[in-house]
Design a protein around this ligand. Structure first.
Ligand code: ADP
Ligand code: MG
Length: 469
């Protein structure tokens, strides 16, 4: 997966080679001695050289896992294709690093937490790895087990405050899984029916006593799968269904499930899961459960032990939320009947891998068609490009592409969801999503009718100041 970074100067038969801005120049016949270097201009360039003594320029292969500091360490969680990195000092954060973690982690905080290790073996270096090697991430920190949330709270709490606007030192997390409390007016319904392609509510649920995916072992990962399989077997009525192991799915089945947005993405080399070590031993003990109607689903051992999902075509959020609540309660009861419990505490609510998914762990999203906003994104004007982000942020919403986080919006379809997970209850978050998305759709209509982006921005400001009163 990666190549080990080599010494700056390389000894050759012809003596010490000059280092030229990350490049070395060697005789053609020496090239095979430097497997960790790329030939500038590629193999083609190499074959163009006729004489053995002609020189070719080689460029060092940068190891993305070490380019911001650290060294590979002898971590028991290492696998043959993934090695954890240990930092002896604060990593070299660059202007590419967008995460809150990279802002929160000062040299002092680094030193304070540097030698702390959870009883399951999770360290500060483990917790920040994905944020260091994947600079574009917004949060940039993970937890490897339940204990981490207390041990590394001086890192996580400031991240939580900034991301959710919630202070775990003074607030308590409410729970409310009562679908009848949602307010979905005829006006909301009309807008949703016209613009929303599908609706989905998911939440993270993790089993107490087992390491989280970023810090887990093969045994714990298998243990989690067993607990969840037993829980799925206990589901009945509308929720009754089948569990499929990821490794046993055919390529066609996988494609079928992915196309419908039922299945998680395969971790790429540049995402949170891979950088955190949560994609180790893929696809072992990962899987998907769904009921016969494919409207109640659960993912096993992706970013969290379990993601419970309720989804259907169209914009009927009340029906999707009612099914979500049923699934959440059934899973809790089933797990408890089997002698296990979910990770939860009153300050942080449901606990999981990423600080962005605590509390309710709930993300309520609509796949919504926004062609006018999409057109602006293709414009040259930087401000116009940002308009959808801005409108969403004003209502605490987060836009994503049509195939999940960090994907593109194919056919102008965006996944728009609540950004917060903490401080508000499940009912309150879904309500905010309904109200916010209705606004986004109203703005989409205005744009498509010819309202200039600048006027829309003014409208947004006016609406914001009205709300602030
Ligand atoms: P999460 O981690 O919150 O589950 P991702 O961004 O990883 O979300 O997306 C998971 C999958 O769910 C993706 O394939 C995405 O397209 C799909 N998805 C998300 N929201 C919806 C929706 N409202 N309707 C249909 N598919 C959706
Ligand atoms: Mg995800």
């Amino acid at each position: 997966m990666y190549t080990i970074y080599q010494a700056l100067f390389v000894q050759s038969t012809s003596g010490q080679l000059a280092e030229m801005g990350g490049a070395v120049s060697v005789h053609k016949h020496e090239v095979q001695k430097f497997p960790q270097y790329h030939i500038l201009g590629g193999d083609e360039k190499f074959h163009e050289l006729k004489g053995e003594d002609e020189r070719v320029e080689l460029h060092k292969v940068q190891d993305p896992y070490l380019q911001y500091g650290g060294r590979y360490c002898d971590d028991p969680k290492n696998t043959s294709s993934f090695h954890y990195v240990e930092y002896d000092e604060l990593p070299n954060f660059t202007s590419q690093h967008k995460s809150i973690m990279s802002k929160v982690l000062t040299p002092d905080l680094f030193r304070q937490l540097q030698n702390i290790k959870s009883s399951k073996g999770y360290t500060l270096s483990n917790a920040i790895l994905t944020g260091v090697v994947t600079p574009h991430l917004g949060v940039g920190a993970t937890a490897g087990d339940e204990e981490c949330w207390e041990l590394f709270k001086d890192l996580y709490y400031p991240i939580i405050r900034e991301w959710h606007g919630y202070d775990p030192t003074s607030q308590l997390q409410p729970i409310d899984l009562e679908p009848s409390k949602l307010r979905f007016t005829d006006e909301n319904r009309k807008l949703f029916n016209e613009f929303v392609v599908s609706t989905r509510i998911r939440a993270a649920r993790n089993i107490s006593g087992y390491s989280l995916p970023a810090g887990t072992t093969d045994e714990d990962r298998a243990g989690v799968e067993k607990v969840l399989k037993d829980a799925f077997n206990g589901l009945d009525g509308e929720l009754q269904g089948t569990y499929y192991e990821l490794g046993s799915l055919s390529a066609e089945q996988t494609a079928f499930l992915q196309e419908r947005g039922f299945l998680f993405q395969i971790p790429s080399s540049r995402n949170l899961l891979t950088g955190a070590g949560a994609a180790r031993s893929w696809p072992n003990n990962r899987g998907i459960f769904h009921n016969d109607a494919q409207t109640a689903l659960a993912w096993v051992n992706e970013e969290d032990h379990c993601r419970i999902i309720s989804m259907e075509l169209g914009g009927d959020i009340t029906s999707v939320f009612a099914r979500f609540c049923k699934l959440s309660n059934a899973l809790k009861e089933s797990a408890e009947k089997n002698g296990t419990k979910l990770m939860w505490n009153e300050k942080l609510g449901f606990l999981g891998t990423c600080p962005s998914n605590l509390g309710t762990g709930l993300r309520a999203s609509v796949m919504v068609r926004l062609p006018a906003f999409n057109k602006l994104m293709e414009s040259e004007n930087h401000e116009d490009k940002q308009l959808l982000e801005e409108v969403c942020a004003a209502y605490d919403l987060q836009p994503r592409g049509s195939a999940g986080e960090h994907s593109a919006a194919v056919g102008a379809k965006f996944d728009v969801s609540n950004k917060q997970r903490l401080g508000l209850s499940e009912v309150q978050l879904v309500q905010k999503m309904i109200d916010g998305v209705s606004k986004v759709i109203t703005y989409e209509k205005l744009l498509s009718e010819g309202t200039p982006p600048a006027d829309l921005r003014k409208k947004l400001e006016a609406d914001m100041s009205k709300r602030a009163l």
